[in-house]
Structure formats: C-alpha cells, structure tokens
Ligand binder design. Structure first.
Ligand SMILES: [Zn+2]
Length: 212
C-alpha cells in the first residue's frame, strides 16, 4: 500500500487503460533515460519515477484518444444569432514535439455563427484535445480553427494562441523568442479586415502579460 501511495497520482487504472498509453514501455524508456544520464534508477528519489512519468503521460497525452463526437455530445444548438462569439484566455498546456518540453499559454477563439452555436464549456475541451499531444504551436492553432469550421460551418472562425516554450527558455538560446503568437483565420475573419480587427482589438483589450 505504501508503495502505491508513493507514486499514485489522481488517475485511476481505468483512465490509464482508456488513454491507450503503453505504461510498461514508458517505464522502461524512463528507466533507460535515467541510466543514460548517469543516474541510478534504483535510488530512493527515483525509485517510482518511471511509474509516475507513465501515469502522468496518460494524462498529458490523452488528447490522442478523445472521441470528439462524444465530447460535443448534445452541446450544439440551432440559433439565429450572427454576431461574434468570443472566448478568450483559455489556458492550455502542451508539449513540443521537438524536445518533449512544455509550452503553455492562452488560446483565444472567436466565430460568427451561421445557424449553429456550441456550448461554451466545449471550447476549452476542444483546446485540450489538441494540446494534450505532442505538438507544434502552429499546427495546434490550425487544428482548433479547422475543427470549429468543420463542426459549426460558421461564417468565420479565428484562433489566436499565445505561448511560451520551455525548450527556448531553459536552454538559454533565443530567450527573446520564447514567447510566440500564432493565428488561424477562416471565412469572414480572413476576408473582412474590420471583422478581424474587431477580434484582435477584443483580445488585446485588458490583456495581462502572459505569465508562467
Ligand atoms: Zn521545442
């Protein structure tokens, strides 16, 4: 029992299995990693690290295994509303696929409906579905925008992602480039300068500096 408590996190076995992560392979890989940097995987502080990492990965990488239909479920509503819907400052955490180090920040999402709107609580879940994978920020931005375009067939959709990348910050190279902003625009946001500007003004208004 003591052993389990020593490495147990919030996840239960069911979550881990459903996320499809090969725990044993992760554990072996982490043990080898520890050896390769000259550590002793058997020492007290590292004894459960391979298990902890495997469990953590099943959470950090659960975006690969999301059933998006089930996630959206019944949160699509037919409605005659054609003004901009904006959700800003959605916090996210992801891992860059080049270094497997975190990048994190905020996502701002806007769309102009064309008969269909989505329950607001679903937008952060869409962000998580794409963030909880190995990613590059540009692709994640595009995937969120494309998903909303395909789901809602709106008049337009816009996504801006602001993030800091630990692979830049920790390695002491290009520190000034550590913060990055990416955007993806479809429909009215691409075609109409005033619409795009309204969105950009909205997300910069009252924005606090990105913090980690
Ligand atoms: Zn990186």
């Amino acid at each position: 029992m003591k052993e389990i408590l020593d490495y147990d996190d919030d996840l239960n076995e069911k979550d881990i299995e459903e996320n499809g992560i090969e725990n044993k392979l992760v554990e072996e890989a982490v043990t080898n990693l520890l050896k390769s940097i000259g550590e002793n995987p058997a020492r007290e502080g590292l004894k459960f690290t391979p298990k902890r990492v495997a469990r953590m990965y099943s959470e950090l990488f659960n975006g690969y295994h999301v059933d998006s239909d089930a996630m959206i479920n019944d949160a699509l509503f037919n409605i005659t509303y054609d003004e901009m819907v904006l959700v800003r400052d959605i916090e996210f955490y992801s891992l860059c696929e080049h270094h497997i180090l975190p990048f994190m920040g905020r996502v701002h999402v806007a769309y102009i409906p064309d008969g269909k709107v989505l329950g607001l609580s679903k937008i952060p879940r869409i962000v998580d579905m794409y963030a909880r994978r190995l990613q590059v920020q540009e692709r994640m931005t595009r995937q969120i925008a494309d998903f909303l375009r395909d789901l809602l067939k709106p008049q337009g959709v816009a996504v801006v992602v602001e993030a800091v990348h630990l692979c830049s910050m920790m390695r002491g190279v290009k520190k000034h480039d550590a913060r990055m902003t990416t955007s993806a625009m479809h429909g009215a946001f691409r075609a109409n300068l005033a619409t795009r500007q309204e969105f950009l003004d909205n997300i910069s208004r009252g924005a606090s500096p990105l913090q980690i």
